[in-house]
Design a protein around this ligand. Structure first.
Ligand code: TXA
Ligand code: MG
Length: 349
């Protein structure tokens, strides 16, 4: 299949191109498009054949459910059996935006879209091109991140093309995404609202609207003996081809430990790499040094992380050390993705 590449600026919608992209989705085809979090791989969420094609294009296991993207609040009624008050309150506060809610699904949503579950994940993105595409497609677009399964989510259209060129009908290039990590997922179908995936919308932000929000115990540790509640979180996502270790400790100990380990790996003739902050990146003796930005700017770190993980694969890094990143805001999501990328391989120094 020949993939058509088009460019649409968020501030400057091309109605004719959006109509053509919408027609592809209406007829069962796939279109990758920008959102504020990461690029999505869109198909008609109410068409079981489209969802099957999404799984095929991504090489994704079909028990891993898709997020249904909507553009207007009215669209929610048709796909959700009952909208709880908490969902209305969260939608009021955070939609359109980087929040996904798990809700009981209505019959109209095919099981192919929800990976066989009786619940459905719904998000109303803030990105203008995304919303116009959803409307042009008839209102319901299933969209996982637009990467091949196991690769980091794409933050630029060129990464979508690397993974999916020739496998889908169209890629809409909207430039760099704003946030760089996937949406926060909150489950509203269990006893207590529960975060299944951390993102830009933090627990504190959610608790300003709902007085108490739980966090899935598997998000930051793997030794709980439990399976993550979001099926997709159980896969070893985002993992680079090289062996990644996260080193957590104060600056001096971290730099010393990583440099010792880099020297050891160098003796074994391994191609070495480091993921660090602007403040420390020059202190390391690695073949490849990558900064994800300044420690003071969690937002920048979030936006750069997946690009850096992809570049380390392109540059064939074999042994990779990353400084730990954490924080009160999106830093928690950064650390969650790093932990998953490393297979929870951390060292305290
Ligand atoms: O920011 C985002 O959410 C991006 C953009 C494109 O909107 N999309 C995205 O989709 O990250 P995806 O498919 O890569 O991740 C969806 C996650 C998976 O971990 C999946 O298991 C979980 O959502 N999920 C979807 N439906 C669910 C459900 N009914 N119950 C529990 N988890 C669900
Ligand atoms: Mg994904």
């Amino acid at each position: 299949m020949k993939t058509r590449h088009i460019r649409i600026e968020e501030q400057n919608t091309d109605e004719e191109l959006i109509r053509q992209a919408g027609d592809i989705l209406r007829s069962g085809g796939l279109v990758a498009f920008p959102t504020e979090t990461v690029y999505g791989l869109g198909g008609d969420a109410l068409n079981p054949a489209s969802s099957a094609r999404i799984y095929q294009a991504k090489g994704r296991p079909s028990d891993n459910p898709l997020i249904v993207h909507i553009a207007d609040m009215e669209a929610l009624d048709a796909i959700v059996r009952k909208i709880p008050d908490e969902a209305r309150a969260l939608a009021e506060a955070f939609w359109p935006g980087p929040l996904t809610m798990i809700l009981p699904k209505a019959d109209i949503v095919p099981r192919e879209t929800t990976g066989g579950l009786e619940t459905v994940a719904v998000r109303m993105p803030a990105h203008r091109t995304a919303r116009e595409l959803i409307r042009a497609a008839g209102g319901y677009v299933a969209a996982p991140s637009a990467n091949r399964s196991g690769r980091p989510s794409p933050t630029l259209a060129k990464y979508v093309a690397q993974d999916l060129d020739g496998r889908i009908e169209m890629i809409i290039d909207g430039g760099s995404v704003e946030i760089g990590l996937e949406s926060t997922i909150v489950d509203l179908t269990s006893d207590k609202p529960t975060i299944l995936r951390p993102g830009y919308i933090t627990r504190q932000m959610l608790e300003r609207v709902l007085s108490y929000v739980e966090e899935d115990s598997t998000l930051m540790r793997c030794d709980t003996g439990q399976a993550p509640k979001a099926p997709g979180m159980k896969y070893r996502h985002y993992a680079p081809a090289g062996e990644l270790t996260i080193v957590d400790g104060d600056r001096e100990h971290t730099v010393r430990y990583i440099n010792e380990e880099l020297a050891r790996a160098g003796q074994r003739h391994k191609r070495t790499a480091v993921i660090a902050a602007d403040e420390t990146v020059d202190l390391y003796r690695a073949d490849i040094r990558k900064s994800v930005g300044s420690r003071g700017h969690e937002e920048t770190v979030a936006r750069e992380l997946y690009r850096v993980l992809r570049e380390l694969d392109d540059e064939e890094a074999e042994v990779i050390f990353a400084e730990a990143f954490d924080g009160d805001g999106i830093g928690r999501a950064v650390m969650n993705r790093l932990l998953k990328a490393s297979g929870y391989h951390t060292v305290q120094v």
